[in-house]
Design a protein around this ligand. Structure first.
Ligand code: GAP
Length: 516
């Protein structure tokens, strides 16, 4: 089996314009990356595949395969800087930290849980702490949120944070979305956007960056239905990667152990990929699918929550017995008017108000019609997904050259929907009317919105190689026969099969093959 090395993948990404280190001409900046001409298209396609799957193609009138019921979906784009109290209520202000250790000798900094897998800068064959000269500090807490200052005064009160996740923007807008878009529980809000974490040791190419993009969806459902929805989203998200070309054995779905669960979570599964920078048998997280209970909406209503001795969520109090961080105080419960109207007659009531009045001695007079929805959150990283698709696509095999001799080739076997360029168009030679015909085909593809590339330079075999290396799934060649049969040769990147296709059908044929 071929060994994919990260060195070869990173080199190809730079050579062919997928990913560059940010500010490279100034020596680079750790944890930040730029997507080049091909990378930007690839990542856009990843995002769009996600958005299509979540929003554009979602049919809320029918029950999706495996879903407990039909459901609605809506999108949002929320701001990167939010009110600082958002992060106090959510727990990020107090709890979103890693532990770090410093080496007093070489002034390097490591994440405490990464010491055993890091290299000692003084002696890379050893881990930090193993060299005679190493002098590591005790682990210390380090909050991962980037601070910034709002306005001109620049006082401590003007401190704000770059969001470390897109999720909170959707929780704090729950009421706005309900009030403005007529959605009914169960429904989801999806968002794609940048997040920022001041990672202590960004590494493994784009895998752990300080600026990255997330594709998160918050799915609001009835508490009693939430387990079924969690399982639905977990399986559906796992299959999304498979359907886009990540083969089964490199992709795993791992349920978290009880001890691993985040403080708010009642169940989480990670979708993980065997990245080439990991040891055999190790996997890196691509996406977490979490059952978050009602933690988030409650936090933004009541204030920062913590668990009591019995494991119940309660508002955390300060030394004066007051909420440590107050929530918004806004009512983020959901009223299921359809369910109430359905039962109204049998209950013999005039209104929901009357119903609550009648039950005012109960702990929760509005139940079961008014409740705090539970949340299922599939949280994916656009950069990690893009990196996984790059690693999965990277292949070295052999293909015949112009003389039929087998030559080693590097081919990026991207799923056609993800490939930055779908079709390359070549005139076999630069005369006999071939360039004009090829240019017309290229123009027709562009007009139809198909990402295409025109190339008339060099031997045809070399042109194929150039496209293989960037993952173009289809090449179209205008040759000597075209003048007679009005067809072109359509060459498939992976099977190397060559079919004759009438020029008039080319655009539809490429679209058919890309959409599968
Ligand atoms: N709202 C939940 C949340 O943010 P997370 O597991 O911390 O959960 C979700 O992040 C996804 O975001 C991860 O699975 C990963 O794909 C991506 N991600 C997180 N930190 C990242 C980083 N430093 N660099 C690149 N991607 C990151």
């Amino acid at each position: 089996m071929q060994q994919k090395t990260m060195e070869a993948i990173v080199a190809l990404c730079k050579r062919r314009g997928f990913i560059f280190q940010s500010s490279e001409i100034y020596g680079g900046i750790n944890g930040f990356w730029d997507y080049g001409p091909l990378g930007v298209e690839l990542k856009r396609n990843v995002r769009e595949a996600w958005w299509r799957d979540m929003i554009t193609n979602h049919d809320d009138l029918n029950v999706c395969e495996g879903a407990p019921t039909s459901y609605q979906m809506t999108g949002m784009e929320t701001s990167i800087i939010m009110h600082p109290n958002v992060w106090k209520s959510s727990g990020h202000y107090d709890l979103f930290h890693d532990f770090m250790v410093d080496c007093r000798e070489c002034n390097s900094r490591f994440r405490a849980d990464h010491v055993c897998s890091s290299e000692c800068p003084l002696k890379p064959s050893k881990h930090p702490g193993e060299h005679d000269k190493c002098s590591l500090t005790e682990p210390r807490e380090f909050n991962l949120m980037f601070k910034t200052i709002l306005g001109a005064m620049g006082t401590e009160e003007d401190t704000a944070f770059l969001r470390p996740e897109t999720a909170q923007g959707m929780f704090v807008n729950f009421k706005n979305v309900c009030d403005s878009s007529r959605v009914k529980v169960p429904f989801g809000i999806a968002q794609v956007g940048k997040s920022f974490r001041n990672e202590i040791t960004p590494r493994n190419f784009t895998f752990r960056s300080r600026e990255f993009e997330q594709m998160e969806m918050e799915f609001f459902c009835h508490p009693e239905e939430s387990r079924k929805w969690y399982e639905y989203w977990r399986d559906r998200r796992y299959n999304w990667y498979i359907n886009l070309g990540i083969t089964g054995d490199k992709l795993i779905l791992r349920d978290h152990e009880e001890a691993e669960l985040a403080h708010y979570s009642v169940g989480t599964a990670d979708i993980e990929y065997a990245f080439p920078f990991l040891e055999a048998g190790e996997y890196g997280e691509l996406e977490g699918v979490a059952h978050r209970g009602n933690f988030d909406l409650r936090s933004h209503m009541e204030g920062k929550l913590t668990k009591d001795d019995e494991g119940n969520l309660i508002v955390e109090l300060d030394e004066n017995g007051q909420p440590k961080y107050r929530g918004s105080g806004k009512d983020l419960t959901y009223y299921d008017d359809d369910a109430f109207l359905r039962d109204k007659e049998s209950l013999g009531l005039k209104s929901f108000k009357a119903y609550c009045e009648q039950r005012k001695e109960e702990a929760d007079p509005g139940a079961p019609y008014r409740y705090i929805p539970h949340v299922i959150e599939p949280a994916a990283g656009a950069d990690r997904a893009t990196l996984a698709f790059i690693c999965e696509a990277f292949t070295e095999d052999e293909a015949p050259d112009d003389k039929g001799k087998m030559q080693k080739r590097t081919v990026m076997q991207f799923h056609p929907q993800l490939a930055p360029i779908k079709a390359a168009v070549f005139p076999l030679i630069k005369k006999e009317g071939m360039p004009e015909k090829a240019a017309a085909i290229y123009g027709a593809l562009k007009k139809a919105g198909v990402a295409a590339y025109y190339d008339q330079q060099g031997a045809i075999g070399r042109r194929y190689r150039r496209q293989d290396e960037i993952g173009t799934p289809f090449c179209l060649t205008v040759d000597g026969e075209t003048a007679n049969d009005n067809c072109v040769t359509l060459r498939d990147r992976d099977t190397l099969a060559q079919d004759r296709v009438p020029i008039d059908d080319v655009v539809a044929e490429i679209q058919r093959r890309v959409d599968g």
